[in-house]
Structure formats: C-alpha cells, structure tokens
Design a protein around this ligand. Structure first.
Ligand code: PMP
Ligand code: GLN
Length: 383
C-alpha cells in the first residue's frame, strides 16, 4: 500500500508522462528539464568514464564529492561538515530519504510529521517503515503551515519532522518563524528533523536558509539534497545526506543494503558542479526565476488563479475559474483538450484530505521559454 491512495499503480509522474507522450502534449507534468545543464559538468562525467572511474565508489561516496559537498555547505550556508563522518552520497535524494526514514523510524508507534501536499515518495517510505504519517496542511494560496496545527501534530510519538523547503509541489518557502517553531518543537519532543532541500538553488526572491543552521537544530537534523535539479541532471541520481556523525552512521547502515553505492563517474562530475563559481549558481537561479515569471504570466492570461511560487520547479494554480471541479479529471482530460499535461495536487495528499485540494493543479516550469509560451498559449482554449 504505497501510493497515497493505497494503490500499486505507477506514480502519477509516470502516468502523466505516458499520457503526454501518447497524445503528443507538452509535458508540464513530471518535473525534469528539457535542456542540459552546465557543459563542464557533463564533460567531467565523460572524462571520468574515459579515465576508468567505472567501478564501485566507496560506500559513503567518492572522497572528492564529499569534499565538494562540504565546501558547498560552507560557502552557501556557513555550515562546517566533516566529509569523513558527516556526509553520505546516495542514489539521488530519493535514496537518501528512503534510507533516512528506514533508519530512523520503525513500526506503528513512530510518527512522522509531514507537510501536506507532499512529494509522493514520503508516504511510500513511511509506509515501508511501518510508521504513521501525520499530515500538517499547507493551504492555498500561500502554503505556509498554521503554527497551532503544527504544534498539535508534534508529540512525544513524533520521531521525525520531515521538511521540504523550497517545497514541491507548491513552491512555497517556509518563513523564519515556521523554521524556528519546527526547531523548538523538535527540541521539546526530542524529534529528528529531516530536510529535503533539492530545490535549494531554485529560491527566487530570497536565499534558501537550511534549518540545520539554526541554533539547536544542528545536532538533530539530517539535511538532504541532490545534484539533479541544480545541474539539470535528474537522470544521474546523485544525492547526499549531511548531519551529525551518529545519525549519518545509522543512514549508512541502511543505505549499504539498498544500493551499497552507485553512479561512480557522475560523482566527480557533480563535484565539479558544486565547485562552480557563485556567478554560475546565480545564473541558474535567474534562469528559473525567468521561467517562473513567464509561466505564471501565461497561466494567468489563460484564466487560472495563480499562486506565485517562492522557489522550486513548479507553479500551482486553481483551475476553478475555468470550470474545473475535480483536478484529477481535469488533468486526465487536459492533454486531449489543450495539448498540455499537468499534475493534480490531489496526487500529493492523504486521500481523506483530497477535497481541500480538489481544483488545484501543478505545472512544471523547468522547460525552455519557447515551450512554456507555446504551452500557455495552447491553454487559452480553456477559456
Ligand atoms: N524530493 C523532492 C521534493 C523532489 O521534487 C524530488 C525530485 N522529483 C526528489 C526529492 C528526488 O530527487 P532525486 O532525483 O535526486 O532522487
Ligand atoms: N520530482 C519530479 C516531480 O515532482 C518527478 C520525479 C519522479 O518522477 N519520481 O515532478
């Protein structure tokens, strides 16, 4: 019983990508870029393959990449990490999340507080660990949690508070007040904070601030990210988990039996990416900011109500002004009606909460600007 609705069918991303392919629709559903990232990163992978970096890397990841992650965390967030003990390289953020949750929670007495809507693998991993997911809703249009609801959700049964900032699917970024409350609650109830920060460099209006940097958070936080979004290499699946040595050791204990290690030539290539100069990161952020603005403008013109995202690959709209009453049905018909694919937000919520998200739809902005323009002009047939 892995999907939020208890089914074993393919993920909504696979399903909508297949529908887009079958109908020839522009795929603004599954979030993956349609252009390559920095050429030096791609070249570094080619060079590594030619240089024979093709066998198992060390279980904790190549030394070079762990050093590069440490340098990156120091440069952007002033976080000092020991590459020997406090950094683990994984098969994408997905494996880091799975190994972390399997390592930290066990059985129905353990609760994981999750902000909802949430990325689909969270519920699946919590189910695999046999633990209980306790949702805290993020509501249209700002998608910030209500602090009282958050306080009620965190109890002594809470093992993990799982944070995704910047957030998929809503694009929200948590306020300083929300981050501080998460840390306070974790301290009070002795919970561990796990953060999914894969969109850390897609923060458009203010810099991303990792919770691990907050007073009191460092010793109880596992931070997770990956190279997929930042460097447009989602198919490489190189991610990492960072945190205090004993917590990382527990994650290693699980990870070694999931994949042991992987992606040998891609690891030094992502290290090259993480060492790019500040201007290269600023250019990546600026390019996605421009895509966000273009997509938002086009969706508004097409007649949707738009929640402008602070970060991430995504923009959430309300399709009710265009007559939609059920986002799932709307997204299933959209490729045939308008030649565009998108994802219903109901795919990211506990089935009993679907009504609160009934008319909300997620569009991916990680496409070429001409593709985004063509997609939104196609959507104007819905008016
Ligand atoms: N977390 C979130 C919030 C994501 O959007 C994604 C990518 N879709 C992942 C994790 C997975 O990252 P990776 O591809 O590095 O496994
Ligand atoms: N992260 C991507 C998204 O949210 C999809 C990843 C996947 O297909 N599992 O669209």
């Amino acid at each position: 019983l892995l999907a939020p609705d208890g089914s074993t069918r393919p993920t909504i991303f696979a399903e909508m990508s297949a529908l887009a392919a079958a109908t020839g629709a522009i795929n603004l559903g599954q979030g993956f870029p349609d252009e390559d990232g920095p050429a030096v990163v791609l070249e570094a992978a080619r060079a590594a393959i030619s240089d024979g970096v093709n066998q198992y890397p060390p279980g904790r990841g190549s030394v070079e990449l762990r050093l590069a992650v440490a340098e990156h965390q120091q440069r952007f967030y002033r976080l000092a990490l020991d590459p020997e003990q406090e950094i683990l390289i994984t098969a994408g953020a997905t494996e880091a999340l799975a190994a972390t949750l399997l390592a930290l929670v066990d059985g129905p007495d353990d609760e994981v507080v999750v902000f909802e809507p949430h990325y689909d693998s969270y519920a699946a991993c919590i189910a695999l660990a046999g633990a209980r997911l306790v949702p805290v809703p993020l509501r249209w249009p700002l998608f910030q949690p209500d602090l009282d609801e958050l306080r009620r959700a965190v109890t002594d049964r809470t093992r993990v508070i799982l944070v995704n900032d910047p957030h998929n699917p809503t694009g929200s970024m948590f306020s300083a007040e929300v981050r501080a409350e998460i840390v306070r609650l974790a301290e009070r109830h002795d919970a561990i904070i796990v953060t999914d920060e894969v969109y850390e460099h897609l923060a458009f209006d203010r810099p991303h601030v990792p919770i691990a940097g907050a007073e009191g958070a460092r010793g109880r936080t596992i931070s997770i990210s990956s190279g997929g979004k930042t460097f447009s290499t989602t198919g490489w699946k190189i991610g990492w988990a960072t945190g205090p040595a004993p917590l990382i050791e527990a994650v290693v204990a699980v990870k070694q039996y999931l994949t042991y290690s992987g992606g040998a030539p891609f690891q030094p290539a992502i290290a090259v990416g993480l060492r790019l100069p500040d201007e290269a990161f600023a250019a990546i952020t600026a390019s996605y900011r421009a895509k966000r603005d273009l997509l938002g403008e086009g969706l508004r013109t097409a007649g949707f109500d738009v929640s402008t995202p602070d970060g991430s690959y995504f923009t959430v709209v309300d399709a009710a002004p265009l007559g939609a009453t059920d986002a799932d049905a709307f997204c299933r018909e959209l490729p045939a009606r308008a030649g565009v694919a998108a994802i219903p937000l109901t795919a990211f919520v506990t089935p009993t909460h679907r009504a609160d998200y009934a008319t909300l739809v997620r569009f991916a902005a990680c496409k070429r600007e001409d593709v985004l323009s063509e997609a939104t002009s196609r959507l104007s047939v819905l008016r």
